[in-house]
Design a protein around this ligand. Structure first.
Ligand code: BGC
Length: 911
C-alpha cells in the first residue's frame, strides 16, 4: 500500500521537478560480529559482520551497504573509518560480510557501524555503533605460567581442588581491565571475593594436547584503585578427571590454571598481573570433583574471604608454576556452558532407609542445588537417576561405573546452600540420604546447565503427543549439547560420538543457533583426524584410537555442510576443506572398487535398529557416496573447479558400484531393510525407475512391519523426509502419530521427557533393556525434528541460497492435525509459518524477514481458490504466481507478513 502511495506521489510530480527521495522504510538492529554482539577476545583475524533489517514495507531488500570501522568511537561518529571504510558496496549481503580493513592487533578494540540502501535507493541511516575486541593473538603476548599444587602425591586419585590466590595493588585510577584465563582442567575465577562470570566448566573441552581455549572477561567493574585480590579454583574436568571408560588422566596428570590480568590506567599506563610462582595455593572445601564421579564438599573447610584482599594466606604454599609450553592457546569461539534454568520438584517421597527422593518432573542435565540446616560435620549424600525401579527407589545401574554422587558435609552455620562447582549429572530424580530432619520440597532444585546457544525454534501443533516429541527433542538437545555434542549425559560415557551428532545436526540447527558451537566442534574433529585422514569415532579423540566408522566419521563432512546450509557460513567449509579432502582420500585409496569395505572396521551399521539388519557395506558405501557428494558440492561452492569435477567422477563411480552390487532387477536392495531403501533415496543413488521401485519396497517393508519403523540411528534421520519427498507423507504421519512399540509415542506413553537411546529402553513386556547401554537421554532418534519443522510446519532451506536467504515454505498438512505453527529465528530475522484448517480452508500466516525471499507452496487442490490478504493471491501486493506443482499452488514473495487462504488440500485428509 505504502509503495503504491509513493508511486502515485512520484507520478504526480510536475514536469521538471526533482524526483522525491524515496521514503526511508527500514532501520538496522542487532549488529553482529562472528555471531555475537560486541564480542571480546576474538582471535579471528578477519571477523565477519552482520546486521538485521527491520522494515515496514513488503519485499524489503538491501541493494548496498556501507561499513565503517574506526579505532575509537569519536572517529566513528565523525565518519572517519581509519581502520576500514568499505564505501558503498552494491551487495545484498547482510550476514558474513568479511572485515577487509587494516590488520588488527592483540587486544585492539574497534568501533563500527553500517548503513544500507534498499532496492529503491532509500537508505536506512547509520546503525547505532557496535564494537568488537581482539584477544591475545600471539604466543608472545602471554607472560603467565600454568600454576597448581606443588607435590601432588598420586595423580591417579582425585585430590582436593587447588585454590589459588594473589593479592596486588592497583596504584592508579583504572580505565579498564581484562582477564585472559584458561586451565588444564576446569576453572572458576574470582576478583575481590566475587565470581568473574557465570560461565561454567571453562575453558571447555578440547584435545588439550593440540589446542587449549582461553576466555576473555571484562573485569573493570570488579577492580578498584588500591588493594585487590584475584582467586582461582581448578577442578580436574576433562583434562585429568574421568572420561568415559578410559579412566583418569586422559590428557595430563594434575589440574592447573592460567591467568593474565591486564589493567589499563586512566593515565595511559598499564600493568599485568600474571599467574606464576608468586601466587599462593591451598586445598579448600572441594575435596574432590570429577565429571563422572561427582563432587565431595566439606563446608567446614570454607575459607571466608580467600579471594579478597587482606586474607591471611600465610599458611598457604607457593603455587607450583610451569612454563606456558607450546600447545596453541586459542580464543574460545563457542558459547560457554551456563546455568539456563531452575526446576522445582513436583513430589518428594520418603524411602524406608531414611532417604528422600525428589522428582523434578523432567530428565535434565546439570546438578542439584541443596538447601540444608544442621550440625557441623553432618553429611548429606546426593545421588542422581533418570528413572525409578518398580519399588520406587532410584535406578542407577544404567549409569554403569559413573558414581554420579555429590557428598556435602555441613558447616553447621545456619541455612546452607550448596551447588557443586565442577561436575554435572543427567537425571530426573534426586535422592538425599542423611538429610538432617525432614526435607521440604524446597530442599532441592534442579539447576539446568548446557552450552548457552540461543534458542531459535518454536514449533507447536494441534497434537499434544507431537508437542511432547518436540519437548523431548529440545530437552535432549539441551542436555547433550554441553561443551561438545555428546551421546548421553549420565553414564560413564558422555562422548562426542560423531554418528549421533551428524544425524541430529539438521534438527539441532533449527532448535538453537549452533553455528558457534559447531564451528568449535568441527575444529575438535579436525584435531582428532588420524594421520591417514580418518575422522575419529568420537571428537575430541580419547584413548581409543578408532577412526573411519561409516556414518560416524562422516560427521566430518556432514556437520560443516549443514552449518553452511543453515547459516550460509562458507568459512567453515574453507577452514576444513583440506581436511575433508583427506577424509575422502582415506576411504577412496583403500577401496579401489568404490564400495566402502576396507577401512570401515568400526562399522556400527544402522546402530540400534530394531528387528532389522542393514548390511554394513551397503550402509558404508551409501555414506561414501554421500560424503563424496558433499565434497563435490563444497568444491563447487568454493569455486574449485578441478575438485568439483574430480569428486563428481568419484561420486559417479560409487553410484555405479552401489547399483551393480546392491540393487537387483526388481529394485530390491541387498538387506531389504527400511534403512537400505532410505539411504540411497536420500543420497541420490538411484535412477528414476529404481527410485520408484525403492519407494514401493520401502512401503511394503513398513506394511510388513505393521506400519512400524525398524530403523536405527542412521535410518531414522532420513525415514520421514524420504517418505515425504516421494509422496508418502501419509505414511510419515502414521509413524509420527504412532504410540505402539517401537515409536516416539511409545516412549512418551511410558513417561519419557527426553528421547531414549533405544526404542526398547523400557518395554511393558521386558522392563529395562540391558543396563550396559541404556540411556534415557540420547538425542539421535530426535532427528525426526527436522521433518516436523520443514514438512509439518513448512520452513525449509534452499541449498542454492543457504542460510535462509531464500526460504522454501511447503507445509504438508495431514496426520489429523488441525493446525501447526513454527517461528524460526534466522540470521535475517524471524520466519513464521502458522497454518490451520478451518471450515474446509487452509489458512496460513507467513512472515519472511527483510532481505530474504521465499517460495511458498500453498497446499490446495484448487489453485484458483488461493487468496492473500483477502484478495486473489496472484494480484496481491508482492505476491507472484509461479505455477502449480502436484497439490500446491506456488508463489514467490519477498519479505513481510502474508495471510494466505485456500480450499483445503485433498491430501490433508489423505496424509
Ligand atoms: C554411544 C552411542 C554411539 C555408539 C557407537 C554408544 O555407546 O552411546 O550413542 O554412537 O556407542 O556405537
Amino acid at each position: 500500500m505504502l509503495r503504491e502511495l509513493m508511486l502515485a506521489a512520484i507520478i504526480a510530480l510536475p514536469a521538471g521537478a526533482q524526483a522525491a527521495k524515496p521514503v526511508r522504510t527500514m532501520t538496522l538492529t542487532d549488529l553482529q560480529c562472528e555471531y555475537q554482539q560486541n564480542p571480546l577476545g576474538l582471535d579471528v583475524h578477519k571477523p565477519r559482520l552482520g546486521w538485521k533489517l527491520v522494515s515496514t514495507r513488503r519485499d524489503e531488500r538491501q541493494s548496498a551497504y556501507h561499513v565503517v570501522v574506526a579505532s575509537d568511537e569519536a572517529k566513528l561518529l565523525a565518519g572517519k573509518g581509519d581502520l576500514w571504510d568499505s564505501g558503498k558496496v552494491a551487495s545484498d549481503e547482510s550476514v558474513h560480510v568479511v572485515y577487509a580493513g587494516a590488520p588488527l592487533k592483540s587486544r585492539q578494540r574497534v568501533w563500527w557501524r553500517v548503513r544500507v540502501w534498499d532496492d529503491r535507493g532509500a537508505d536506512s541511516g547509520w546503525s547505532a555503533p557496535a564494537t568488537w575486541e581482539m584477544g591475545l593473538l600471539d604466543r608472545s603476548d602471554w607472560r603467565a605460567k600454568w600454576i597448581g599444587r606443588a607435590n601432588v602425591e598420586d595423580h591417579k586419585i582425585a585430590g582436593p581442588c587447588p585454590y589459588l590466590r594473589k593479592g596486588f595493588e592497583a596504584a592508579k585510577p583504572i580505565a579498564q581491565a581484562r582477564i585472559y584465563a584458561s586451565a588444564l582442567g576446569v576453572y572458576q575465577l574470582f576478583l575481590n571475593g566475587k565470581r568473574v562470570s557465570d560461565d561454567v566448566f571453562r575453558p571447555g573441552w578440547t584435545d588439550y594436547r593440540k589446542r587449549i581455549q582461553y576466555q576473555t572477561y571484562d573485569v573493570t567493574a570488579l577492580l578498584h584503585q588500591g588493594a585487590n585480590a584475584i582467586g582461582m579454583t581448578v577442578g580436574d574436568g576433562w583434562y585429568c578427571g574421568h572420561i568415559a571408560w578410559a579412566g583418569r588422566n586422559c590428557y595430563g596428570p594434575v589440574p592447573q590454571g592460567l591467568a593474565e590480568l591486564r589493567i589499563d590506567y586512566k593515565d595511559g599506563t598499564s600493568e599485568t598481573i600474571v599467574s606464576d610462582e608468586t601466587w599462593k595455593e591451598s586445598a579448600g572445601p572441594i575435596l574432590m570433583s570429577d565429571m563422572l564421579e561427582g563432587e565431595d564438599y566439606d563446608a567446614r573447610k570454607e575459607m571466608t574471604g580467600w579471594s579478597a584482599p587482606g586474607f591471611d594466606d600465610s599458611a598457604w604454599h607457593s603455587a607450583e608454576a610451569q612454563p606456558i609450553g607450546d600447545v596453541p592457546l586459542v580464543a574460545q569461539y563457542d558459547q560457554p556452558v551456563r546455568r539456563t534454568g531452575l526446576l522445582h520438584p513436583i513430589t518428594v517421597s520418603e524411602k524406608p532407609q531414611g532417604s528422600y527422593i525428589f522428582d523434578l518432573g523432567q530428565n535434565m542435565v546439570g546438578w542439584a542445588r541443596l538447601k540444608v540446616s544442621g550440625q557441623a560435620g553432618q553429611q548429606v549424600r546426593i545421588r542422581y537417576a533418570e528413572v525409578l525401579n518398580p519399588d520406587g527407589t532410584i535406578y542407577t545401574t544404567n549409569l554403569r561405573k559413573a558414581r554420579a554422587t555429590d557428598n556435602y558435609t555441613l558447616s553447621g552455620k545456619g541455612e546452607e546452600v550448596y551447588e557443586p562447582s565442577f561436575t554435572f549429572h543427567g537425571f530426573r530424580y534426586v535422592e538425599l540420604t542423611g538429610y538432617p530432619g525432614t526435607p521440604g520440597k524446597d530442599a532441592v532444585e534442579g539447576v539446568v546447565a548446557h552450552t548457552d546457544a540461543p534458542h531459535t525454534n518454536d514449533f507447536e501443533c494441534s497434537s499434544p503427543m507431537v508437542n511432547q516429541i518436540q519437548h523431548n527433542i529440545v530437552w535432549g538437545q539441551k542436555g547433550n549439547y554441553l561443551e561438545v555434542p555428546t551421546d548421553c549425559p549420565q553414564r560413564d560415557e558422555r562422548l562426542g560420538w560423531m554418528g549421533d551428532a551428524q544425524i541430529f545436526v539438521r534438527t539441532g540447527a533449527f532448535n538453537m543457533n549452533i553455528a558457534r558451537f559447531m564451528t568449535k566442534w568441527t575444529r575438535d574433529m579436525e584435531d582428532a583426524q588420524s594421520h591417514e585422514g580418518g575422522y575419529s569415532d568420537v571428537s575430541p579423540r580419547m584413548a581409543d584410537p578408532a577412526d573411519g566408522a561409516p556414518a560416524w566419521a562422516d560427521a566430518g563432512m556432514i556437520v560443516p555442510w549443514t552449518i553452511y546450509l543453515h547459516y550460509g557460513d562458507k568459512r567453515i567449509l574453507e577452514t576444513h576443506y583440506d581436511s575433508m579432502k583427506r577424509y575422502i582420500g582415506f576411504i577412496d585409496s583403500a577401496n579401489p572398487d568404490h564400495r566402502w569395505i576396507h577401512r570401515s572396521s568400526h562399522n556400527f551399521g544402522d546402530w540400534l535398529s530394531i528387528h532389522a539388519n542393514t548390511p554394513p557395506d551397503v550402509l558404508a558405501t551409501a555414506y561414501f557416496a554421500y560424503s563424496t557428494w558433499i565434497m563435490q558440492q563444497t568444491a563447487r561452492v568454493l569455486g574449485r573447479e578441478d575438485d568439483t569435477n574430480k569428486y563428481r567422477d568419484l561420486y559417479m563411480s560409487i553410484w555405479d558400484a552401489f547399483n551393480q552390487h546392491y540393487v537387483d532387477a526388481d529394485g530390491k536392495i541387498t538387506g531389504d531393510t527400511q534403512t537400505c531403501y532410505v539411504l540411497p533415496l536420500a543420497f541420490g543413488l538411484l535412477n528414476e525407475k529404481r527410485q520408484a521401485q525403492a519407494v514401493e519396497h520401502l512401503a511394503r517393508n513398513l506394511e510388513q512391519h505393521e506400519w512400524l519403523l525398524s530403523t536405527g540411528f542412521v535410518g531414522t534421520g532420513y525415514l520421514l523426509p524420504i517418505l515425504s519427498r516421494y509422496g508418502r507423507t501419509d505414511v510419515a504421519y502414521r509413524l509420527l502419530n504412532n504410540d505402539r512399540f517401537p515409536s516416539w509415542g511409545y516412549e512418551i506413553k511410558n513417561g519419557a521427557t527426553t528421547i531414549w537411546e533405544r526404542w526398547d529402553g523400557w518395554t511393558t513386556e521386558k522392563g529395562f533393556q540391558d543396563p550396559g547401554m541404556n540411556s534415557f537421554n540420547h538425542y539421535a532418534f530426535g532427528a525426526v525434528g527436522e521433518w516436523m519443522y520443514h514438512t509439518v510446519a513448512g520452513i525449509d532451506i534452499d541449498p542454492e541460497h543457504p542460510g535462509f536467504k531464500h526460504i522454501v515454505m511447503r507445509p504438508q498438512p495431514g496426520g489429523g492435525l488441525s493446525w501447526a505453527k513454527d517461528t524460526y529465528h534466522s540470521l535475517y530475522g524471524p520466519i513464521i509459518s502458522n497454518w490451520k484448517l478451518v471450515s474446509g480452508r487452509f489458512e496460513w500466516a507467513v512472515a519472511v524477514p527483510p532481505n530474504t525471499t521465499a517460495t511458498v507452496y500453498v497446499p490446495t487442490s484448487d489453485a484458483s481458490s488461493v487468496t492473500e490478504g483477502g484478495k486473489p493471491a496472484a494480484h496481491a501486493e508482492g505476491v507472484r504466481f509461479a505455477g502449480h506443482e502436484s497439490g500446491f499452488a506456488v508463489y514467490k514473495i519477498g519479505s513481510g507478513h502474508y495471510t494466505f487462504s485456500a480450499a483445503e488440500p485433498a491430501h490433508a485428509a489423505a496424509n
